[in-house]
Structures are given as C-alpha cells and as structure tokens.
Write a protein that binds this ligand. Sequence first.
Ligand code: FAD
Length: 634
Amino acid sequence: MSTPLPATTEQPALRSDDSVAKQLFLGNIVEENLFPYPQIRARDKDMLGAMTDAIDQFLADKGAELKQYDRDAEQPAEFIQALREMGLFGLIIPEAFGGMELSNGAYARVLGQTSSHDSSVSLTIGAHSSIGMKGVLLFGSDEQKQRYLPKLASGEMIAAFCLTESGAGSDAASIRTKAVRNDDGSWTLSGEKIWITNGGIADFYTVFARTDTPEGKITAFLVEAAWPGVSHGPHEDKMGIRASSTTTVAFADVRVPPENVLGPVGKGFKVAMSILNSGRTGLGGGAVGGMRSLIRLASAQAKERKQFGQPIAEFGLVREKIAQMTVDCFAAESAVWMVAHLIDGGGSDYSVEAAMSKVFASEAVQRASYEALQIAAGNGFMREFPYEQITRDTRILSIFEGTNEILRLYIALSGLKDVGAGLSELKAAVGDIFNDPIKGFGVLGTYTGRRMREATGYGIDRIVHELSPRLRKVAATYEKYTVELSKSSDALLRRYGKKVADQQHAQKRLADIAIDLFVGLCVLSRADSLLKQSHPAADEAVSIAEVFAKQARRRMARNVRGLERNEDAMIERLAGAVLAHDATNTAISRAARVFIAPPRSRGGHGRPIWRGAPMAREVRNDPASHVLRLGFAG
Ligand SMILES: Cc1cc2nc3c(=O)[nH]c(=O)nc-3n(C[C@H](O)[C@H](O)[C@H](O)COP(=O)(O)OP(=O)(O)OC[C@H]3O[C@@H](n4cnc5c(N)ncnc54)[C@H](O)[C@@H]3O)c2cc1C
C-alpha cells in the first residue's frame, strides 16, 4: 500500500443547488458540484497536521491500555480528561465559543485518525460532536449558544443524543417519552431512552419527546444531567466499541425551562433528522480511518508471514484481498470527503449523499476487517492481535445513525419522489394541453425529450467536464448507468404508482445502483484531479477508478436486470412460510436444533449421519425446512 492519497484542487462553493444524488434518478449528473475534486480548506490543513500528529503521539503508545479499556468496557476518567485537554470535544464548535471550528471535511479526517487507533475513542468524541451537541449549532438560539457552546467546546460538558427508546428504534417517530407544557411555560419531561452513547459520562443531553402540540408531535429539548429527575443506567455490556459509554437515560418528571426548547416547538423530528444527516461524515470518516489501519496491518502481516517457502503476500488470493481493501478504502474516502464538501460548500440538500456514503463506508470497513482477519488467519482470531476487536467494533456501523436497510429505503424513496413528481406534472400537463397549451406542451416536451434521448442514446447527459482521456471509459460507465437508473425508476413508478413504497426488494436495487453511481463518480473526480496535477499517486488512483468502475458496472447490470427478472416472489413466499411458524416450538426450530447438533460420523458424499435426532415428519414435509436441510446436505 502506498502512502494515503491526498485530496486535490480547491473548490470553494457549490455551483448548483441540485442534489447530486437525487438528480441521478432523473438521469442527470450534476457535474458542476462533483468536478474538480474538492480540496480541504487551507486553514483546516494547517490545523489538521498538528492535530493528527498530536493524536498519533497520544494514542500510538497506548495500545495496551486501549485494549484493557475494551476488556473493562470503560474509559477511565483520566483518559477522558486527556481527550478534553487535547481539545477533542471542541472540534466543530466556532472559535468564538472556544472551539476549533473545523470544517466537516477536516472533522471527518480527525475521526479517521482517532479510529485508526481505537474506535471507542472516536465514538466518545464523535457522539458528542456529530449528534450530542450538533443541534445547538444547527438550531440553537444565540442565548443557547452563549450558554452552552463554551462548556461543550472545552469538554466541561460532554453531550449525548437521546432519541431511541425500547419501542422506538428505526421508527423514531413512535417515541413515547413525553413533555407536557406547564402554565409557566416550562415543560415536564418523563420517559426513558435506551442505548445512549456517552449516556453515562454526559452532562448535557439533546432529548426528543412527544409533545403533541398543534405545531407538531415531537419537540427537542436541551437537558442537563444535573437536573433533578435525570439519571442513567449502568454501562451496557456490548459486543464492540466496548469502552465507549452506552447506557439508558431516564427522565422522571424533569422540569425543563422554556428557554431549553431546541428549535421550534413541534418540529423535533425534523431537528433529529437534520442532526443525523449532517453527522454522518463523522461516522464515514471513522470507517475510512479504520480501513487505512487495516490495510497497513494486513500488508505488513502478508509480507512477514511465510508459508510454502514464500511470503503469503506472493499469493494471488492474498493480493486480491489487499487490492480490494485499497479500492474500497479509496472509494469510501472519496465519497465521505465529497459529502463533507457538499455540506461545507453551503449545500442544503445533501441527506441522500450522506446516507449513500454512510452505507458504502460502513459496509466497506466491515468487509476490510473480515478480510484482514482472514489474512492474519489464526493470529487474526487471537485476542492478542487487533483484528478481532476491529471486527467487533466495526459491526455497529451498519446499525446506528440509521440502519443500512432504512437508509437504502430512504435513498431509493427520496430519488423516486422527484421522479414521481415529474410524472404527476406530466399527467397534469396532458390534461392541461387544451386549457393551457404552452405550459402543457412545455412539460411534455421536456419529458419526451428526455425519454427520447434515453431511448436512442443520442445526446444523453454526458460529463462535459474535460476529463483525462485515460478516464473516459470509466466515465462512460457512469453515463450509461445514470440513464439506466432513470429509466428503471420511471418504469417502476409506472408499474406500481404509490405502491412502490411496498416494493422493498426493488428499492434496494435502485439504492445500490445509485450508491455505485455516486461513489464511482466521486472516485472518478478524484482520480481525474490527481492525474491533472501529475500527482505521484495518480497512476494508482486511475487503476483504482478502473477497477471500481468495472466492479460497479457488473453490480449495476445485475441490479438493473434484477428489477425485471428475479426470485423476489419466491423469497417472499419462503419468508412467509418460515415466519408462519411459532418461533419457540416449531418444525423449523426443531430442524434448526438438528442443524446445530454435532455430527457423530460421516457417511458417503460428505453427508452427515445424525444419530438420536430423527427428523420429524413435519420437518421433512415443510418446504422451508427442506431448504434448511439443503444447507448442510451439499
Ligand atoms: C452501541 C449503540 C449505540 C447507540 N447510540 C445511540 C445514541 O447515542 N442515541 C440514540 O438515540 N440511539 C442510539 N442507538 C440506537 C440505534 O440508533 C438503533 O439501534 C437503531 O436506530 C436501530 O434501531 P433498533 O436497534 O431498535 O432496530 P429496529 O428498528 O428494531 O430494526 C431491526 C431490524 O429491522 C430492520 N427494519 C426496521 N424497520 C424496517 C423497515 N421499515 N423496512 C425494512 N427493514 C426494517 C432494521 O434495519 C434492522 O435490521 C445506539 C445503538 C447501539 C447498539
């Protein structure tokens, strides 16, 4: 692995208000926001150098201690104090309030640096900045900012974000924590939140509660841990990111003064979603930092470990893993930094891009941890080495800040919404032709023009930005599949209308095509900028862009095909058959018990012979259990 590839040319502000991601569904590439690849602000660059050196110096020789914190499931108070002293709680807070005022791009890089040492550290500082106190920055009044930001910047107050409840996970709008307005304008807050990161160490909570006012159902509040009635539970015993604090937080008739309502009354759900959308670069940056360190570890291991008389780095199947991790890391990094730039450049409609980068980066780092552990093999499985902890730590990334399933649905439905709006306009325009021919024909003309271009391939939206000739073929892949995405979205909406919301298998395919397009375009842009600068890493970047485009093309082709020809109905039937059974004592669960029983001996053709566990008749006759059996008969 060569040295990390840098960002490239300066691109201060966005030139189009259009969302790059949503426009892909309409067959357009908003290239003015994608090219040239953005560079980190000069001011951030200076600060980042010093910051990342300080992080390395502080964390590099703490390996054994960090491992112990993971075992103990706690970061000691003196360690948190050291994080405060390094200024790691003030990363994104304006200088006027005592913070460092890093851009989103720089913030993502800082979390990348901490994650390359330890994910729990990133989570403690990330949950504070990305979600815990972000609401004050985005929606706080001047008075709230004056009152809280200086303490939040110094870490005197650590922040947490309290949305999830036992009955409200992905369906966050169903929260039951309640706030009732009192006659004096204050609120009485009661309820319990679960799995709150920093819950046990926070002094400041952003809390979402049901208020059921005429203005809306949910309101956000700023709550101090020291207030009467606020308490938290013990640290959860988690699979990964164990050292970071995760607890319940309870509110027993807590009096919240009126000046601690965050944002407009009744608009708390929008506040929550805005915080989560703008916080996703932190998570993506952390994933990228994790990948970089996995590539370093795996490369060193592959060069050092000898088998069959040579380093395992000489074997194709090991090299394939190292190369794939590098492609994934570069791609995730290109997308995360681009999204940070979309936010820093003043864009307001970046939530779909943020979701795409989160889904891609979180899955890429999990693939990388799996493959790095596989390269280390036996060593990888031992707790003495870092791989098992990284594998545990990265697992959370596709669960919190929106599960990847929910985010895929969000990506597809957001894109389809604009396509649907276009189709409705078209329907209205057909009716309008006689009443208002100019308007009617105008809309019709635009639509039929687009469909004509898509059908003939003539004049389809091309990337007009002057690309290096070496990257033209890569660009052609994205040009072609942007049109395919638009055609598929259009066809899907025509087939299902509003019922498209129930077509989750199709939505997943659309989302995956769109993610490949967005991430691929970010890779293309970055490689192009590096080439134009004759950067030493440019050749490697072009190879990465070529490999990513070929792989993405195969995935996109499969997804486009899958929208027409698939086994979705069979999958639905099968799931229905399995789910129709009582979970505790059914044919399937008995089949599962047979499945996990150890084979006593093996017959011919590798078939296990099960003694003492005859298969019940209902198991034999059940179509789903038949499939379970196929699982181990082959
Ligand atoms: C370590 C940790 C830290 C956390 N930190 C915080 C925090 O600081 N603040 C906070 O508020 N919350 C926090 N959370 C909560 C986290 O955001 C939720 O776990 C997450 O939103 C998912 O909710 P859930 O676990 O209840 O899963 P569920 O919503 O029950 O989902 C279960 C499964 O069903 C899928 N699913 C759900 N609905 C649909 C649907 N409509 N279509 C298709 N699939 C669906 C999901 O993708 C998932 O695979 C944390 C969680 C963990 C584990």
